[in-house]
Design a protein around this ligand. Structure first.
Ligand SMILES: [Zn+2]
Length: 98
């Protein structure tokens, strides 16, 4: 049950989750991996945990908007981008490997 001291971190992320989010933001910047827009504020697992993705391996972590992550649910990135193509923007170079 919710401890008062953890409320500011939300339901799903304790202090460890917050540290992983900061680390991911440091590594990846604040561009949402799901929609390509800045302002990411949530840890996103490239392979959803429900599909066997590693919960704490940085290689399986990126950042997203909380709302985007909620919309993604347990889709794979391939499924997500098939349904939600990134907008073409000159400033974005989607040359990374997913
Ligand atoms: Zn987003």
């Amino acid at each position: 049950m919710g401890m008062a001291s953890d409320r500011r971190y939300g339901r799903r992320t304790g202090r460890k989750g917050q540290e992983m989010l900061y680390q991911a933001l440091y590594v990846h910047g604040d561009v949402c991996v799901l929609c390509g827009q800045p302002g990411a504020n949530s840890l996103e697992h490239l392979v959803p945990l429900a599909l066997g993705g590693h919960p704490t391996d940085p290689a399986n972590q990126n950042v997203s908007h909380r709302t985007c992550g909620q919309r993604r649910g347990v889709r794979t990135l391939a499924q997500w981008f098939a349904e939600n193509p990134l907008p073409t923007r000159d400033t974005l170079k989607p040359s990374r490997e997913w």
